[in-house]
Every structure is written in structure tokens, then in C-alpha cells.
Design a protein around this ligand. Structure first.
Ligand SMILES: NC(=O)c1ccc[n+]([C@@H]2O[C@H](COP(=O)([O-])OP(=O)(O)OC[C@H]3O[C@@H](n4cnc5c(N)ncnc54)[C@H](O)[C@@H]3O)[C@@H](O)[C@H]2O)c1
Length: 252
């Protein structure tokens, strides 16, 4: 049985990736800082007759990441796939943003991806049969709205971390790629106490060339492609945004 490890697997895109792979006979190891969310996803894996493990933890803390990876190896086996998905955003006036707030976003999104990749790569390298690491970046790595400095910088960092790791880990046959999602609706993928029914306006749909807002399954399917059908791909970033970021805008 193959093993996938997913950070931030308690809710949203991470939960959808967990279910997608559980339905395809992967054992799924999750970590999340939200215990209620993590336990719900674990129950969802069980409901799909899948094998799962949830370890509460903060990806910004090296000791939490090390403990999660150790339990993953002991209880499920060495991961074949790691998805670095955990992420937070702070939107705040850049003139008022505190250094600690900026650092928290960088430490979680970029630091967490590095720590988890390093922990997974150590055990993958020791096993010697390779692996795939998938980093969830964002179209905000390449374009911005105001007051999202920490988030955009962390996601740009993830794209660069991806090609750096791809080079360093190539000798161990570990491929490292990124996915940059656009607008993915996760309202109905939150833990039950926070789940909401999505509502989109006509303009929300029309600003996507494909005529709809994204769903978490769009990202889960790309993870499967990168994990299983992309032997000749490493160090790359795939944008999955329904065409939103290639739409040309003329200001009057
Ligand atoms: N939803 C979108 O439109 C969108 C677009 C582009 C990129 N992304 C990226 O996709 C990823 C998932 O986004 P989402 O919308 O599903 O978010 P979400 O908030 O629904 O889920 C994120 C999960 O990560 C967990 N998490 C947060 N900080 C953590 C930490 N320090 N340690 C461990 N777990 C932690 C949360 O508890 C939560 O369960 C993020 O990296 C996000 O930046 C999302």
C-alpha cells in the first residue's frame, strides 16, 4: 500500500486530497494544528474504508514535524508522496503589519513546507526508492491584491523552494513540483462547525475562462498526476486557476 503525507489535511483542499488518495488505496497521514478538523478528516477516511493517521501539530515547529513524520513511518510506512498544503493568510494594511505577523505567515507557509520536505526526504532517501513532493503555492506568488505581503512572499518562496529542492533531492530520485491554485472554493470543505454552503455570483464565474470557480478536487486530481504520471517533471509549477490569471484586463 502506498503512503501519502499531507499537511493541513484537516480542512479545505488538504481534506479533499486526503479523500481522493484514500479512495485510491493510499494510506493517508495527516497533520493539522486544528485537532477537531484533523479528527473529522480521519473519520472521513475511515468512512471510505481507508487507512489513516492524524497527528496534531504545527508545521512551523520542527519538533512537531519530526514527531509527525516518525509516527507516519512507524504506523503506516515511509511516505511515497508528501503534499505541503498547510497555509495561512493575514490580510492587513502593510503600514500597520507587525514584524511578528509577517514572520508567522512566512514560518507557517514557507518554513513549514521546508521542514516537512526535509523530514520526508530524509526517510525517502534512506529507503532509496524515490518519492514525490508537491508544494501548494498560489497564483498570488505571481500577482497580488493589496495588503497580502506575507502570503504572497511565502508563496513566491515556495515556487523557488520547489526548484531548489528538485535539484538537491534529484540524486535520491525525489521529484519536487508545485501547484499554484487560483480561487478554490473551500466553504463546504471546512470542519462541520464552520462549513458553509458556497454562493457565487455571475461575475465570480465569468472571470474564469472555464466559467466556474475552482473546487478542491481540481487540485487533488493534479496531485495525483504529479505523484503518479509525471516521471519526467521536477522543479515545475502548475497553475490551476480556470484561466483567471491569463485574462487580460484593459483599464479605461
Ligand atoms: N482556497 C484557495 O482559493 C487557495 C488558493 C491558492 C492557494 N491555496 C493554498 O492551498 C492551501 C490550502 O488552502 P485552503 O483554502 O484549503 O485552506 P483552509 O484554511 O481551508 O485549510 C488549511 C488547513 O491548514 C491548517 N493549518 C493552518 N496552519 C497550520 C499549521 N501551522 N500547522 C498545521 N496545520 C495548519 C488549518 O488548520 C486548516 O485545516 C494553502 O496553502 C493555501 O495557501 C488556497
Amino acid at each position: 500500500m502506498k503512503v501519502i503525507a499531507i499537511t493541513g489535511g484537516g480542512q479545505g483542499i488538504g481534506r479533499a486530497i486526503a479523500y481522493h488518495f484514500a479512495e485510491r488505496d493510499y494510506a493517508v497521514s495527516l497533520t493539522d494544528s486544528d485537532a477537531a478538523a484533523g479528527r473529522e478528516t480521519l473519520a472521513g477516511i475511515g468512512a471510505r474504508k481507508g487507512l489513516g493517521l492524524f497527528v496534531k501539530g504545527d508545521v512551523a515547529r520542527p519538533e512537531d514535524v519530526t514527531a509527525w513524520m516518525a509516527r507516519t513511518v512507524k504506523e503506516l510506512g515511509v511516505p511515497d508522496v508528501l503534499v505541503n498544503n498547510a497555509g495561512i493568510m493575514i490580510r492587513k494594511d502593510v503600514l500597520k503589519l507587525k514584524p511578528a505577523e509577517f514572520r508567522k505567515v512566512i514560518d507557517t507557509n514557507l518554513g513549514g513546507a521546508f521542514l516537512s520536505a526535509q523530514a520526508a526526504a530524509k526517510v525517502m532517501a534512506r529507503r532509496g526508492t524515490g518519492g514525490a513532493i508537491i508544494n501548494i503555492a498560489s497564483t498570488r506568488a505571481f500577482m497580488s491584491e493589496p495588503n497580502t505581503e506575507g502570503y504572497s512572499a511565502s508563496k513566491g518562496g515556495i515556487v523557488a523552494l520547489t526548484h531548489a529542492l528538485a535539484m538537491s533531492l534529484a540524486p535520491y530520485r525525489i521529484r519536487v513540483n508545485a501547484i499554484s491554485p487560483g480561487w478554490i472554493e473551500v466553504g463546504d470543505w471546512k470542519k462541520s462547525s464552520e462549513s458553509v454552503k458556497p454562493h457565487h455570483s455571475e461575475i465570480d464565474r465569468r472571470q474564469h475562462a472555464v466559467g466556474r470557480v475552482g473546487v478542491p478536487a481540481d487540485i487533488a486530481k493534479a496531485c495525483q498526476f504529479l505523484a503518479e504520471n509525471a516521471d519526467f517533471m521536477t522543479g515545475q509549477n502548475i497553475t490551476i486557476d480556470g484561466g483567471m490569471t491569463v485574462k487580460m484586463i484593459y483599464a479605461e
